[in-house]
Design a binder for this molecule. Structure first.
Ligand SMILES: CC(C)(COP(=O)(O)OP(=O)(O)OC[C@H]1O[C@@H](n2cnc3c(N)ncnc32)[C@H](O)[C@@H]1OP(=O)(O)O)[C@@H](O)C(=O)NCCC(=O)NCCS
Length: 329
């Protein structure tokens, strides 16, 4: 049995956005051509989103993950062969199977036979993946994990439904977590309540070679809004208590980037000043499982997040699922 480790620590981050940047006006123009009316003013006022990126028709989730992972590996300065665990959080995998994580392992040329699997917790996926990788590492099962959130949500958007198609974008973010004696992930909390599965879902499945049900994303926006605000505050407090910290100890809050109104409301409830919240939703839209690692990488690379600082990540999404981690960076 491998020796258990004290902590898992973030030793590198990376991210990737597809080249096609679509502003609200671009999207409004595209939608108008098919008789769907929206506007930059409406989208900005209700969500804080100004633009999002869409993957090219031949770009897969594993490809976005590959770009983000290469950056994270480079930032960590490690040999890819030392990665003995790959977890990809995604709800838009390349295939039903094999998992996107296995495809990513192959694309990275890793031949060491380490574990690789996907996590499906929709927009909470990255929080779930961090908590899982941290547990595996602290338990001594693995030493170096590549943890990725990657999505091509544009593939499951119904561009005739203006209440959802303006909200989401594509992208990927990645972190390398490694066993360490120094503090890294301090605490995590994960939750789910399947009784709310119908308020945010893509309820299609493959049956006898055809898709049965709808393969488009469906959402009751107001129900999601109310639940998200409630559980995000609760799970943040829970993770802070587990880490024996208070909101005053948090240098950076990185909530799932769904909607600026949900994010600001959570920050206010936690008494975290808005200037200590990392906000990328304006430029990325909601990239589901990719949104937290994308925002983390942006704030690491622009120098805001420094070594030794406390970062609180928290996600909420379909399932319904929610989760948080307190990380000493
Ligand atoms: C989706 C959301 C932005 C909608 O905002 P809202 O204030 O609840 O708006 P409503 O759904 O009440 O719609 C208000 C009006 O805007 C219209 N509208 C909806 N989408 C529109 C769009 N893209 N452009 C223009 N008008 C739009 C509606 O048809 C409605 O018109 P009506 O009053 O004539 O019926 C909001 O509910 C929300 O942010 N929910 C959470 C979504 C989320 O974050 N999901 C992911 C969580 S992981």
């Amino acid at each position: 049995m491998a020796q258990s480790n004290l902590y898992s620590r973030v030793i590198g981050t990376g991210s990737y956005l597809p080249a096609d940047r679509v502003t609200n006006q671009d999207l409004a123009d595209r939608l108008a051509r098919q008789g769907v009316e929206t506007s930059d003013e409406w989208i900005v006022a209700r969500t804080g989103i100004h633009a999002r990126h869409f993957a090219a028709p031949d770009q897969t989730t594993s490809e976005l993950a590959l770009h983000a992972s290469r950056q994270a590996i480079e930032a960590a300065g490690i040999d890819p062969e030392s990665i003995d665990l790959i977890i990809v959080a995604t709800s838009t995998p390349d295939f039903v199977f094999p998992s996107t994580a296995c495809l990513l392992q192959n694309k990275l040329g890793i031949k060491n036979g380490g574990a690789a699997f996907d996590i499906q917790a929709v927009c909470s996926g990255f929080a779930y993946a961090v908590a899982t990788a941290d547990s595996f590492i602290r338990g001594g099962m693995n030493r170096t994990a590549l943890v990725v959130g990657a999505e091509t949500f544009s593939r499951i958007l119904d561009f005739n439904d203006r209440t959802t198609c303006v909200l989401f974008g594509d992208g990927a973010g990645a972190v390398i977590l490694q066993a360490s004696d120094e503090p890294g992930v301090l605490s995590s909390a994960l939750h789910a309540d399947g009784s709310h599965s119908s308020i945010l879902c893509t309820p299609g499945n493959v049956n006898k070679g055809v898709i049965e049900g709808s393969a488009f994303l469906h959402m009751d926006g107001q129900a999601v809004f109310k639940l998200a605000v409630k559980v995000l505050e609760k799970v943040a407090v829970e993770a802070l208590e587990k880490a024996r910290l208070t909101a005053g100890d948090i240098d950076w809050l990185i909530p799932h980037q769904a909607n600026i109104r949900i994010m600001e409301s959570t920050a206010k409830k936690l008494h975290v000043p808005l200037e200590r919240m990392v906000v990328t939703v304006g430029e990325h839209g909601n990239t589901s499982a990719a949104s937290i690692p994308l925002a983390l990488d942006v704030a690491v690379r622009d120098g805001r997040i420094k070594r030794g600082q406390h970062v609180l990540i928290e996600g909420v999404g379909g399932g319904f699922t929610w989760g948080a981690s307190v990380i000493r960076y």
